[in-house]
Design a protein around this ligand. Sequence first.
Ligand SMILES: [Zn+2]
Length: 123
Amino acid sequence: MKPEEQIRAIARVVMYPYNICSCGLHWMQSDGVSCGNSISNFTGDLNAMNSAEKVLLGDLKASDEVDPSQPSGKYFMALGDVTERDDHPMFNATAAQRAEAFLKTLNLWVPEKSSPSGDFPVA
Ligand SMILES: [Zn+2]
């Protein structure tokens, strides 16, 4: 997913729909039609992702066991996959990695279609 696609998808999870403009990247203006200020840059801003993560992490404390059946547990596992770390992925993950793990946790991640030049040659 391109960053703009990720930002749109995360905004739809964490914002009220009526606050999002039709292009999906801005706050709705008070006229109900126009694009206002940009919404949070989830893929580039750790503070924005910290806020978004609250949807998944709830009241999880650092000392709690990670339960893979819970959203928080799924998020930690996804973050471990994205960062390729199994120890404390939260300490090292960038905003972009958190955004990817966030969307994968919610099954909202759409892989990029591979371009023809990226395919393996047919033997
Ligand atoms: Zn807009």
